[in-house]
Design a protein around this ligand. Structure first.
Ligand code: SF4
Ligand code: SF4
Length: 230
């Protein structure tokens, strides 16, 4: 059993948004338009969330890369009336079955991290974009909810490769696109169950925290506070 998760070091993150671009390209998330943005209906599986700590004039601002937190106890799953969203007991990943989704959006309301995205319109996909579509990821359509999958298709590919070679999956063979492109190595990914893995060690750092921890959702995305503490 694995618990795939991520640690994001805010000392290293420069908010360059390379992760955002990589996620769009990898997961066939269509580019937004000014009209959609103005209505707040752009689709993004990972985004930069500004956070203020303290009060003016002593407040500090930071920016958190924010995606589905792949909660161990996900509120979004409890409310889905058709089982379109599910929890993988083997991997700890929260997934979405698009053909089952009836678009009621209960899950978007239940998610305390507001990371679920609803397709209000049929995605407008330019011809040039279609040429670069990733065949490993299904495209979504008007009326369904979507969100970060931790690039689950990459796990399936890495597993298939390992199986074909008659061996187990090795650490580092499964890496989501956002983590792969991060130019400052601010994002570390791996199996939190493996206590010797880098991600597991960092998740136990004194700087580590999770968002809205008191809700009991137990996110598998950890952040490392800015500052000198280890
Ligand atoms: Fe569900 Fe939101 Fe948790 Fe992701 S962050 S598992 S969408 S409740
Ligand atoms: Fe389930 Fe789709 Fe409704 Fe969300 S919008 S609760 S995934 S049916």
């Amino acid at each position: 059993m694995s618990r795939w998760g991520m640690v994001i070091d805010l000392n290293r993150c420069t908010a360059c948004q390379g992760c955002v671009s990589a996620c769009h390209e990898e997961n066939n998330v269509p580019p937004s338009t000014p009209d959609l943005s103005a209505m707040g209906r752009s689709i993004r599986w990972i985004d930069m969330m500004p956070v203020q700590e303290g009060e003016y004039p002593h407040a500090t601002m930071s920016v958190l890369p924010m995606m589905c937190q792949h909660c161990e106890h996900p509120p979004c799953i409890k409310v889905c009336p058709v089982g379109a969203t599910f929890f993988s007991e083997e991997e700890g990943i929260v997934g979405q079955i698009y053909p089952r989704c009836i678009g009621c959006r209960y899950c978007t309301t239940a998610c305390p991290y507001t990371v679920r995205q609803f397709n209000w319109f049929e995605p407008a996909v330019p011809e040039t974009y279609l040429e670069g579509t990733n065949p490993d990821v299904s495209r979504r359509y008007k009326g369904v909810v979507e969100k970060c999958t931790l690039c689950h298709h990459r796990l399936q590919k890495a597993r298939d490769q390992a199986r074909a070679e008659g061996r187990d999956l090795l650490p580092g063979e499964y890496t989501p696109a956002c983590v792969e492109v991060c130019p400052t190595d601010a994002m570390v990914f791996g199996d939190l169950e493996d206590r010797e893995s880098e991600v597991s060690k960092k998740s136990r750092s004194k700087r580590a925290y999770r968002l809205l921890e008191d809700l009991g959702t137990e996110p598998k995305v950890f952040y490392l506070r800015e500052g000198n503490r280890q």
